[in-house]
Design a protein around this ligand. Structure first.
Ligand SMILES: Cc1ncc(COP(=O)(O)O)c(C=O)c1O
Length: 452
């Protein structure tokens, strides 16, 4: 039997997350060294290391018997809980009618892009999930590269927008940002919003990392600054360490009644509603409670400790620049200073950089620049700092919260030894790369650690 797949699907490139999985598996299974058995130092995957909060787990168990379909926009109590959550944490007063629940923000962003007319503006570097969606939907799009501080500027946004002759433009705005870990402040948001108003740009504000902002009181949602034009998306995946639950929500702009109606049609056509027991579990996660508040506080503190450690270590390596994360569990490291040495070792793309770093003896996984919608020759990489047992670290933090800088160092040593070893590997990699380039000796791969 020969199956014919629709040409439109055949033409789609493998999404970056799948590419990344395949790439890591292939490179690793090719490794013959016994040292490969331990796996690899994981700076690549963006998954929270913590446990799903116990009250969310319990609510899921208690609702396991609920097999009925839920209403298309979501269970009413959940939409009310999400509204309360937004009021409490993000100071936004949102009528539950403006909130729709879907199977993850990724799907919701895709659905928004399906129904919204307009050219998409994609700031780069970007999370690897957006571009495959935009391409699949065959939408017109333009990149908006950020400058050295890795944030878009109102000036650049306006300049690009003036070149686009669409009646409506869609800015995909990810704040806090994956891969940089940076957070836009209120003034920056206001300036961007001003351009959006003037240029008729609507915003999909992907705020999935909002709750991880280290100085949480400083986080401001674009939905508060530009309520008439912003679709805010958020969910359980990062804040509640529950990516596998597949639950996200979108807050529609004020007065966007018709868009909501159209969106409902899409949801009903594509997936009817999110799993009912999961929606009930999410109620426990979004309802404002002491237990959840404590969970958010501790998990964001631990992300901050790990982020600060990785940032400091990378900065100790001469020539390496990185963003200083203010949220999330990522930073963007810039290894472009080593371009001459990369080229001397015939590592001429960021893809080859990640390939040589995963190989023996380094066993270290990162997300290279081309997966972040950067040039193939941009040796920047996203480094996630989540390769540790989150539940253990959480309990250790509860028992004895580190207070001083040396306490925090000790905390990393005790709880995240793989992060420490992985960073040492990166240091070794660059030592070898420099030696290799400077000695100008042609090695063969069995003699040297950098394979060409
Ligand atoms: C920036 C960003 N947006 C969205 C998502 C996907 O979130 P969800 O699990 O809700 O689909 C991720 C996951 O890595 C992400 O990093």
């Amino acid at each position: 039997m020969k199956f014919i797949v629709d040409q439109q699907v055949e033409d789609i490139e493998l999404p970056e997350n799948l590419k990344l999985n395949t790439f890591l598996q292939e490179f690793h299974s090719d490794c013959k060294s016994p040292e490969c058995k331990f796996g690899f130092y994981g700076f690549a995957f963006g998954q929270s290391p913590f446990h799903v909060p116990k009250m969310v787990q319990n609510a899921l168990i208690q609702n396991a018997s609920n097999g009925k379909y839920a209403a298309v926009p979501g269970v009413e109590d959940l939409r009310v809980a999400i509204s309360e959550y937004n009021k409490h944490y993000f100071h936004m007063d949102v009528d539950p009618a403006r909130i729709y629940v879907g199977p993850g923000t990724k799907e919701l962003i895709y659905n928004l892009l399906e129904i919204l007319h307009g050219t998409v503006i994609l700031p780069t570097p970007a999370w690897l999930g957006y571009l495959p969606q935009i391409r699949f939907l065959k939408k017109n799009y333009h990149m908006l590269p950020t400058r050295s501080n890795k944030k878009i500027t109102p000036h650049d946004l306006k300049k690009l927008s003036l070149r686009l002759h669409d009646r409506q433009k869609i800015l995909i705005f990810n704040n806090p940002n994956n891969p940089t870990g940076l957070v836009y402040n209120k003034r920056e948001l206001e300036e961007i919003a001003e351009v959006c108003r003037e240029q008729n740009i609507i915003v999909i504000s992907d705020e999935i990392y909002a709750q991880t902002t280290y100085e949480f009181e400083n986080f401001v949602s674009m939905g508060k600054i530009y309520p008439e034009g912003t679709f805010v998306t958020n969910g359980l995946s990062k804040s509640h360490a529950a990516g596998g639950y597949r639950l996200g929500y979108v807050i529609f702009p004020q007065h966007a009644l018709d868009v909501r109606r159209q969106f409902k049609k899409i949801l009903a056509t594509e997936y009817t509603a999110v799993t009912t027991p999961i929606q009930h579990a999410a109620i426990a996660g979004f309802q404002v409670s002491k237990e959840m508040d404590e969970y958010f506080r501790i998990t964001r503190k631990i992300h901050e400790i790990m982020g600060q450690y990785v940032y400091e270590k990378l900065h100790e390596m001469p020539g390496v620049k990185t963003t200083k994360p203010q949220a999330t569990f990522y930073l963007l490291a810039d290894f472009n200073q080593f371009s001459p040495e990369f080229n001397a070792s015939k590592i001429d793309t960021s893809q080859k950089f990640s390939e040589t770093l995963i190989q023996h003896p380094y066993h270290t996984a990162i997300v290279g620049g081309d997966s972040l919608v950067l040039e193939r020759t941009d040796y920047s990489a996203r480094m996630a700092f989540v390769d540790y047992d989150g539940e253990k670290a959480f309990n250790n933090y509860l028992d004895n919260a580190p207070k001083t800088h040396s306490d925090r160092l000790e905390f990393v040593k005790t709880n995240a030894p793989r992060i420490i070893s992985g960073l040492n590997m990166i240091e070794n990699y660059f030592d070898h790369l420099l030696k290799n380039a400077h000695s100008q000796i042609k090695y063969n791969s069995s003699e040297v650690p950098i394979s060409n």
